[in-house]
Ligand binder design. Structure first.
Ligand SMILES: *Cc1c(COP(=O)(O)O)cnc(C)c1O
Length: 378
């Protein structure tokens, strides 16, 4: 089944006796037992819930996973995956990572004895050099947030082959519609389902899609023990969001291409970071490993004043954190998503006070450009 079809038809209620076209919201905390040592397969909703299960199976189908776990947020998924590692473990991570992941690694994982080393994972040699006997995982995000750097997933997987090191890929920006890291050799795919999978800026969710049943079982144990599971109603909303994933991704991407090219023509825009531009340093890798470029654009304007003016002047485009919804959002990484990243590190990565990030939505591209034009005018 192709992805567009799976998005629409992939969520199934195993217990459907009514012919209902949508998976119902099983708003139950607990399930009665037929007898001693007998279960319907559902006991308590922290462990299993039919609505969440339908969503998890849908995401497994889209990502090509053995099993998927649906969490209450993306950060709950990141923090659960870190529970796989013991004190003394060394984790290699992409340096240009989502700010919340860095905050978790630096303030929670470190305290638990896990040492995360940030490197430029676009450079495969740097990964080779960083691996030591305690390395247990390579955690990549590709494209990255907010600089849109791309890591060659299959080359990283190749280095890790025959080593006891997991490859974890945050696939939030491209979604399985454009990129399937498990097929490229990753072990675990992570999502903030809050973004494109939900798609409407109305629900928080997170996912871990897992290739091996053994690792999935370990994560299921962590999941039921720590308890950050996705609620039935939110599971329903994400199923509903995924039905239009293909349409939304195509439209948002088409808009993003038009906007990225328009931004290049503006006098007070000094740089445009979009993986779909032929001038992007990893354009060829993007083409090789993904079927699309997505709809995330970062751009640098001439001064911090211009950046602030744009944020305050946009009318249609919302000045808000988050991404991946039908509405176009603009964010100021240095003060929002990456506020907790040390200044020196931000500088080294190009996250300065002239950098803005756009999550392009599905509106009319001309309307979006008109809004950006008036906001950028001196
Ligand atoms: C938003 C985001 C997260 C965290 O997800 P939440 O749902 O906000 O907890 C993780 N990774 C990336 C790339 C994100 O954009």
């Amino acid at each position: 089944m192709k992805a567009e079809t799976a998005c629409v038809h992939g969520a199934k209620d195993k217990n459907n006796t009514t012919g209902a076209a949508a998976v119902p919201i099983y708003q139950a905390a607990t399930f009665s037992h037929l007898g001693v040592n007998s279960s319907t397969g559902y006991d308590y909703s922290r462990l299993q819930n039919p609505t969440r299960e339908a969503l998890e199976n849908l995401v497994s189908m889209l990502e090509g996973a053995a099993d998927t776990l649906a969490f209450s947020t993306g950060m709950a998924a990141v923090s659960a995956v870190m529970e796989l590692f013991s004190p003394g473990s060394h984790i290699i991570a992409t340096d240009d990572l989502y700010g919340g992941s860095i905050r978790l690694f630096e303030n929670i994982s470190k305290k638990n004895g896990i040492n995360v080393q940030y490197i430029n994972t676009c450079n495969i040699g740097e990964i080779k050099d960083a691996i030591n006997e305690n390395t247990r995982a390579v955690f990549i995000e590709t494209p990255t947030n907010p600089m849109m750097r791309v890591t060659d997933i299959s080359s990283v997987a190749e280095i890790l082959r025959d080593k006891d090191i997991l490859l974890i890929a945050d696939n939030t920006f491209l979604t399985p519609y454009f990129q399937k890291p498990l097929n490229l050799g990753a072990d675990i795919v992570l999502h903030s389902g809050t973004k494109y999978l939900g798609g409407h800026n109305d629900t928080l969710a997170g996912f871990l899609a897992v290739k091996s049943p053994d690792i999935a079982e370990k994560l299921r144990f962590i999941f039921k023990t720590t308890g950050a599971c996705l609620a039935p109603f939110d599971s329903f909303l994400i199923i509903r969001g995924i039905k239009t994933l293909a349409l939304r991704m195509e439209k948002a991407q088409a808009n993003a291409a038009v906007i990225a090219n328009w931004l290049l023509t503006r006098d007070n825009v000094s740089a445009v970071y979009y993986t779909g531009l032929k001038t992007h340093p990893e354009y060829e890798i993007s083409i090789k490993q993904a079927s699309g470029f997505g709809a995330m654009i970062s751009f640098e304007v001439d001064t911090a004043e211009t950046a602030r003016r744009v944020l305050e002047r946009v009318k249609l485009i919302m000045f808000a954190e988050s991404l991946g919804g039908v509405e176009t959002l603009i964010t100021y990484p240095t003060l929002q998503t990456h506020a907790d990243v040390p200044a020196k590190e931000k500088e080294g990565r190009g996250i300065n006070d002239s950098l803005l990030r756009l999550s392009v939505g599905i509106e009319n591209a001309e309307d979006l450009i008109e809004d950006l034009r008036q906001a950028l005018e001196c």
